[in-house]
Ligand binder design. Structure first.
Ligand code: SF4
Ligand code: SF4
Length: 173
């Protein structure tokens, strides 16, 4: 038998208070404009309106592990069109932050986070790019975390200070 989640008002309160923007959660009257506007929802099973409703009801167990939470591209189209000015994208950020603290993160986001910790950039700097830079008369590596050890060390310190490294290992920050 399918498990039915119980509404959890404490979770709803936590979302509303986590802000900024999440204090608009209860303004949603479920018109569906966000779902109809969402470019991600056109290609996936992600339904923005549904996720907002689950957050209103405090259905934590349904929201935290879901892949849908990570399908938003943060384009803000829904926010621009919402007749109630619900800060939908900010609410999604709040939900994602909560999910990460509970140990949930989509694989693609995990890879990007791991790259950040390893090389200080979201995308690895490949051999082809290095060759192209040299061909253009530039140093092989750019003077960022990729080519500057001090910048990388400083960046790692910031990641440790804010607890990002622990979050990436599935722990609490
Ligand atoms: S567009 Fe706004 S009011 Fe309509 S369902 Fe989406 S969040 Fe709710
Ligand atoms: S911000 Fe996210 S939820 Fe809103 S329309 Fe863009 S992809 Fe969809």
């Amino acid at each position: 038998m399918a498990k039915i989640s119980e509404p959890n008002p404490d979770f709803t309160k936590m979302v509303i208070e986590a802000g900024p923007g999440s204090d608009t959660l209860m303004l949603c009257y479920q018109c569906g404009t966000c779902t109809a506007s969402c470019p991600s929802g056109r290609l996936t099973a992600f339904r923005t309106r549904q996720l907002i409703r689950k957050a209103q009801l405090g259905l934590k167990e349904e929201i935290m592990p879901t892949e849908e939470l990570w399908l938003c591209t943060t384009c803000y189209t829904c926010v621009e069109r919402c007749p109630r000015e619900v800060q939908i994208t900010d609410i999604l950020f709040v939900l994602r932050n909560m999910a990460v603290k509970e140990g949930y993160m989509a694989e693609a986001h995990k890879k990007i986070g791991e790259n950040m910790l390893r090389i200080g950039a979201t995308v690895p700097f490949g051999e082809e790019m290095k060759k192209l830079r040299v061909k253009m008369g530039l140093p092989e590596n750019p003077p960022t975390t990729v080519g500057n050890k001090k910048a990388m060390d400083d960046f790692r310190k910031v990641m440790e200070e804010c607890g990002f490294d622990k979050l990436m290992k599935g722990g609490k920050s």
